[in-house]
Design a protein around this ligand. Structure first.
Ligand code: PEP
Length: 247
């Protein structure tokens, strides 16, 4: 049985004060929910959130450098994140892939950097609207996942998390239907099972894309949807906790 994970992605939002308040409110509600809860903070607030979290809330980062150390101005390494008790790290979010031209190979290297540091990578994959309309959703998603498997092996997926996030659903208020999401999630599991059935069965596959308190229960009820990656709705403790309660 896979545990449900609800992870918030705060993106470029927050201040010392708002994040302290938000974490306090999430922690008081997270103690009574039946799922694992995490928040992915902007880098600069990672030390702050690291001091605030307890057993009911895990800390994640929104990105990581593919390099361990050296002359890479502005970058943050996986070891640095581990120093601040980061349990999770997002890699390959569509906003990184599109605004920062991150390639599948760079995403795979970032995934591996997190693994090496003992941090759980959350590998974000998903198709654009044009790709969905062209009928190539699964080949795009498979390519993004195979970039990791081909370079680092299926074993690298052991203990990792995959987040299916259709680009057309992120921040748009347009959600994939539970059936649309389930179909892609099931195909992702089939892809993993080709190499290792046990890893396929154990891997948590999250859905992300305008998940909110209204649509969470029906998405999370699908057999291959093991949680959610939540953007906008994770900035309001009430909405975020309502999604956790739906899990
Ligand atoms: C995201 O950016 O990962 C995301 C799912 O955003 P939103 O919930 O706002 O669509």
């Amino acid at each position: 049985m896979r545990e449900t994970l609800i992870a918030g992605n705060w993106k470029l939002n927050g201040s010392n004060q708002s994040i302290t308040e938000l974490v306090g409110a999430i922690i008081s509600g997270a103690k009574t929910v039946n799922c694992k809860v995490a928040v992915c903070a902007p880098y600069i607030y990672v030390p702050l959130v690291s001091k605030l979290v307890d057993d009911s809330l895990s800390l994640g980062a929104q990105d990581v450098s593919e390099h361990d150390s050296g002359a890479y101005t502005g970058e943050i390494s996986a070891a640095m994140l581990a120093d601040f008790k980061c349990s999770y790290g997002l890699v390959g979010h569509s906003e990184r892939r599109s605004y920062h031209q991150e390639t599948d190979e760079q995403v795979a290297n970032k995934f591996n950097a997190l693994k090496q540091a003992g941090i759980t990578p959350v590998l974000c994959v998903g198709e654009t609207l044009e790709e969905r309309d062209a009928g190539i959703t699964q080949s795009v998603v498979n390519r993004q996942i195979l970039a990791v498997i081909d370079k680092y092996g299926i074993e690298s997926l052991s203990g990792a998390v995959v987040a299916y996030e259709p680009v057309w659903a992120i921040g748009t208020g347009r959600t994939a239907s539970p059936e649309q999401a389930q179909s892609v999630h099931a195909d992702i599991r089939t892809l993993l099972a080709k190499d290792d059935n046990e890893i396929a069965e154990k891997t948590q596959i999250l859905y992300g894309g305008s998940m909110n308190p209204q649509n969470a229960a029906s998405l999370l009820a699908m057999p291959d949807i093991d949680g959610g990656l939540i953007g906008g709705a994770s900035l309001k403790a009430g909405d975020f906790l309502a999604i956790c309660q739906a899990a």
